[in-house]
Design a binder for this molecule. Structure first.
Ligand SMILES: Cc1cc2nc3c(=O)[nH]c(=O)nc-3n(C[C@H](O)[C@H](O)[C@H](O)COP(=O)(O)O)c2cc1C
Length: 334
């Protein structure tokens, strides 16, 4: 087997989505292994004090690395938390030999660069049941459950908790300050969320039941002071995305990493099948709303990710968010 091009593999890994595009990872490559570490320097102490969402983000990066390795002709195994003395050593990928990349492996690897978080309204058609089954099976391979939130009372409860969490966040100056520190207006930014990647108007005004995270809190004219729209204009089509909830039995670092691995596979398979997605994690940010979601949906286990999925509107040019140069996150040994 030829030497592994770790720069290429880690470039693919860093295309992983991460909460607020914090990219909270470091990689160390040896001849036949890649170690993934959590980088505490990039923590979000207000939004993610337990590091759950950032560890999950690193799990996605590990999954993307494994997909990229397979497509390059190398089979690898991934061990989670390989060092009990260092909980920030999140994963070790060990190359076990050569592999014949099939069409499926190549399609998943191609999806790494095509995937972007899309917060725009989706086309009105839903995701076919057969594809949802395949996404569910992809998640189950990592021990996750995937639940489609489509019963009316479950949808109502989830939408309510999302709005409640969003309100709690907007009312928390520490949350707002942290969010603002990760917003980017410079088109060359290598991290953080670019303003072009988030909806321009107030998320409450989108024709959707599902409230996307508001990334420009505090800067809006309150709705009661805004001019009313044209009363004769026809109401816009209401978006009906497919919303799925991914969860785990336990709620520790290993479970968060598995959630990341599963989410990585689900996102790549979805992208390869022409879907786009955006996480809606506000209700999972806060212990109170997360617990309430468990109760209201009678969940067994712990919700880790709420994902809005659908087909992109025609002509959509997704916003590409920046990444730090690989040299900044990869150390090569041996
Ligand atoms: C664990 C996790 C939680 C996220 N939560 C949200 C969210 O609540 N709302 C949102 O719009 N995007 C959310 N995102 C998407 C990130 O903002 C996005 O991945 C990042 O800005 C990079 O952009 P990209 O996915 O287009 O590469 C989340 C991503 C991850 C991995």
């Amino acid at each position: 087997m030829a030497d592994i091009d770790w720069t290429r593999i880690v470039t693919a890994a860093t295309r992983a989505p991460s909460i607020h595009n914090t990219q909270p990872w470091r990689f160390v490559a040896g001849p036949d292994r890649l170690d993934v570490f959590y980088d505490r320097e990039r923590a979000l102490p207000v939004l993610d004090p337990t590091h759950r969402q950032q560890v999950m983000s690193c799990g996605i990066a590990a999954a993307f690395a494994e997909v990229a390795l397979l497509a390059s002709g190398a089979a690898a195994t991934t061990e989670l938390l390989p060092d009990p003395a260092d909980q920030d050593h999140l994963a070790t990928l060990t190359v076990t030999g050569g592999a014949e990349a099939d069409d499926r492996a190549r399609a998943l690897a191609a999806a790494i660069d095509e995937r972007h978080t899309v917060r725009a309204a989706f086309e009105p058609r839903g995701v076919p049941a057969e594809l949802l089954d395949r996404l569910q099976r992809a998640a189950e391979r990592y021990g996750l459950w995937m639940k489609v939130v489509d019963r009316e009372e479950e949808e109502t409860a989830t939408v309510f908790l999302l709005s409640q969490a969003e309100e709690m966040e907007q009312g928390d100056p520490a949350y707002v300050k942290e969010l603002e520190s990760w917003m980017r207006t410079d088109p060359g930014a290598v991290d953080g969320v670019p303003v072009e990647a988030v909806p321009e108007g107030d998320p409450h005004d989108r024709p959707s039941n599902w409230l996307v995270r508001d990334f420009v809190v505090g800067a809006r004219v309150p709705r009661m002071f805004r001019a009313a729209g044209d009363p004769d204009a026809p109401p816009p089509d209401v978006e009906r995305p497919t919303v799925v909830l991914l969860g785990t039995e336990s709620d520790d670092r290993a479970a968060w990493l598995q959630a990341g691995q599963a989410l990585g596979q689900v996102l790549l398979l979805a992208t390869a099948e022409g879907l786009v997605a955006s996480p809606l994690t506000q209700a999972l940010d806060w212990p109170a709303t997360r617990t309430r979601l468990r109760q209201r949906l009678s969940l067994i286990g712990h919700p880790q990710m709420l994902l809005r999925m659908g087909y992109p509107p025609a002509g959509l040019a997704p916003s590409v968010t920046g990444r730090r140069p690989v040299a900044e996150v990869l150390t090569t040994e041996g």
